[in-house]
Design a protein around this ligand. Structure first.
Ligand code: DMJ
Length: 660
């Protein structure tokens, strides 16, 4: 399925963003950067097609930057392009790409990801720190841009931006993304819910419907996954707080409805196709029972139509009016994959087979797979979204390929030496961004610490300093390096040495035995005086600071709210469903207010930047000095919150702990 659709894209659509799978040609949609190729790249590695991965990685890596006079969605570009490039960068070693010295802290795909992130980050220069929805890749935030952004468009940056900061050593990205999350949390309602759209200039909610789906979904997903990727109790506590409110107000039996964020009354009794990610997120925290119950409901809808419609009216058991399509979305199969990994319940394989059969039967075309225009009659529409190759096919593959390296539970991995010390890569625990791009958590401990990322809030796990085995000790780094066939031309960058983690594990077990026999407390040759895992003490957080009107260095003029804004749900003070403006367009995507031309691109005809020159560093200083959303002390001190029943493959602390 993947191969068929991928070669269909290459043959008929490349270099455009997407395949028109009925017309068998291509068109630009979210930018003009061969989006499907970038989005599909790491799937090639997951499926073991390393030669094609290398070819495409090299092709993409020849590009030097993303400078273009195009308006793009900040959210979509981050999850698909920045996420895709970072993931491919981290999988390059496994795929046999010739690595640049200094990898994973260096490399062409990493540089490209950073180039794109730098362009997106202009969107965050607002009084609240929450981003605009659109930027121009050349000029920054466009003139007249609406200041209304959906919640997911604000809270879905931390996985990519945090990874970027950890790999590059530049704290900017992580701090900016974390600040936006804290802002959303700050503006939550008194009953712990967030709405659908907010004015990023004022913090005023303009769409107050609250649910787990469209417009909000990946905010919750990033709180959960951010907790695991960065081992951050603050994110865990924010997630748990929202989850309690979700349980209390949004969940009705095993469905999740839409409710007023202030009162919790039901405003829209629908299931959305996008909701189906939720059981997967629950499974990450070991909540299998509730996850399975929701999944059963979603599967029933799938069986009713052969697909899940964008909206499903629960009381009427019908597809929502004008929301009858299925644009090849991944959410249901994503949850099935996670739950199967957690339970091995054969029922889940049956769900996977149902999904596979429907796609083969009704979505396949002569050159790829097509959006289902209406799940009631399976008529097709002329589009294959890039997430079909990034996500849907990948999760399907991973459901059936139980031995895939992505499922590694820490039984193997590799030690690499970088100029910053040793670290472990490929040891499992991969965290997928919301576009299914896997991030290797071990790699985040390989590079120069981003000094200044929350100086008081540094990661709980200190750099992992594994023991060296005898083999490694006998070989000089350069000898080991030369075995890879790569020459180290840059004298400033130390070579990478790679050692199988299984060998280290074997070695360490023997050493442990010896140590026990000799009653020696520890034989770990760590550069640190603490244990080899290095659990850093939780530092006391700063006390609550109440001065919220702090200095903002003036770098830009603040745009007045645009008149071209979404309908304000709270404008008449009611929370009625009539006011609910779904944040997805008829094509099923989050609204990206850039102006699409006929060929689908979003080119600006008037390249007139409204803002003064944007200075990221000054924005960062503003965020730090403003300290608008001080950290709650107890959240960071509460370690227990991280000892929830996560799936074994995500228990990073114990995975590492088991080695020694
Ligand atoms: C993808 O782009 C991402 O999964 C996003 O979080 C939601 N929408 C699509 C898939 O449905």
């Amino acid at each position: 399925m993947f191969d068929y659709a991928y070669s269909g894209y290459l043959t008929h659509a490349y270099p455009y963003d997407e395949l028109r799978s009925l017309s068998c040609d291509g068109f630009d949609t979210w930018g003009s950067f061969s989006l499907t190729l970038i989005d599909a790249l790491d799937t090639l590695a997951v499926m073991g097609n390393f030669s094609e991965f290398r070819r495409v990685a090299e092709l993409i890596g020849t590009r030097t930057n993303f400078e273009a006079n195009i308006n793009v969605s900040v959210f979509e570009t981050n999850i698909r392009v920045v996420g895709g490039l970072l993931s491919a960068h981290l999988l390059s070693r496994r795929a046999g790409v010739k690595l640049e010295p200094g990898w994973p802290c260096n490399g062409p795909l990493l540089r490209l990801a950073e180039d794109m992130a730098k362009r997106l980050i202009a969107a965050f220069d607002t009084p609240t720190g929450m981003p605009y929805g659109t930027v121009n890749l050349k000029y920054g935030v466009p003139e007249g841009e609406t200041s209304i952004t959906c919640t997911a468009g604000i809270g879905t940056f931390l996985l990519e931006f945090g990874t970027l900061s950890r790999l590059t050593g530049d704290p900017l990205y992580e701090e900016v993304a974390m600040n936006a999350i804290k802002a959303l949390h700050y503006y939550k309602s008194s009953i712990g819910l967030v709405g659908n759209h907010i004015d990023v200039l004022t913090g005023h909610w303009t769409a107050q419907d609250s649910g787990i789906g469209a417009g909000i979904d990946s905010y919750f997903e990033y709180l959960a996954k951010g907790t695991l990727l960065f081992q951050d109790p603050l994110l865990a506590s924010i997630f748990q707080e929202h989850k309690q409110a979700i349980e209390k107000y949004i969940r009705r039996e095993d469905w999740h409805l839409w409710v007023s964020m202030t009162k919790g009354q039901v405003t829209l009794p629908v299931f959305q196709s996008l909701d189906a990610y939720w059981p997967g997120v629950l499974s990450l925290f070991g909540e299998i029972g509730d996850a399975m119950k929701s999944l059963h409901n979603y599967h029933r809808v799938w069986k009713q139509f052969g697909f899940t419609p964008e909206f499903y009216n629960i009381p009427q058991a019908e597809a929502g009016t004008n929301r009858e399509g299925y644009p090849l979305r991944p959410e249901l199969i994503e949850s099935v994959m996670y739950l199967y990994r957690a339970t091995r319940d054969p029922y889940l394989i049956q769900v996977g087979v149902d999904i596979l059969r429907s796609l083969q039967h009704s979505a396949k075309t002569t050159c790829g797979y097509a959006t289902i225009n209406d799940v009631r009659d399976h008529r097709k529409a002329d589009r294959m979204e890039s997430f079909f190759l990034a996500e849907t096919t990948k999760y399907l593959y991973l459901l059936f390929d139980t031995d895939n390296f992505i499922h590694n539970t820490g039984s193997e991995g590799e030690i690499i030496d970088t100029q910053w010390g040793q670290c472990v890569v490929d040891a499992g625990g991969y965290i997928f961004n919301t576009e299914a791009h896997p991030i290797d958590p071990g790699a985040l401990y390989c590079c120069r610490p981003a000094q200044g990322i929350f100086p008081e809030e540094r990661s709980i796990l200190r750099r992992f300093v594994p023991m060296r085995d005898a083999l490694m000790d006998n070989a000089s780094p350069n000898e080991l390096y030369s075995e890879t066939g790569i020459s180290n031309k840059n004298p400033d960058v130390l070579p990478i040495t790679i050692t199988k983690l299984s060998e280290i594990r074997h070695y360490s077990v023997n050493e442990k035995k010896d140590a026990l026999n000799e009653s020696v407390s520890s034989n770990v040759s760590s550069t640190d005086s603490s244990d080899s895992i290095g659990h850093e003490n939780v530092r006391d957080e700063e006390t609550e600071k109440s001065n919220r009107s702090e200095i903002r260095l003036s770098t830009t003029q603040v745009l007045p709210p645009s008149s071209m804004i979404y309908k304000a749900d709270d404008s008449d003070g009611t929370d009625g469903s009539d006011n609910f403006e779904p944040p997805i367009l008829s094509n099923g995507q989050y609204s990206a207010p850039g102006l699409a031309t006929e060929d689908g691109t979003r080119r600006n005809t008037t390249p007139s930047p409204v803002k003064a020159r944007f200075e990221p560093q000054i924005m960062l200083e503003n965020i730090r000095r403003g300290n608008l959303y001080p950290t709650n002390v107890t959240a960071r001190q509460n370690y227990q919150i991280l000892s929830c029943q996560t799936q074994p493959f995500l228990q990073r602390m114990s995975i590492i702990g088991e080695f020694f």
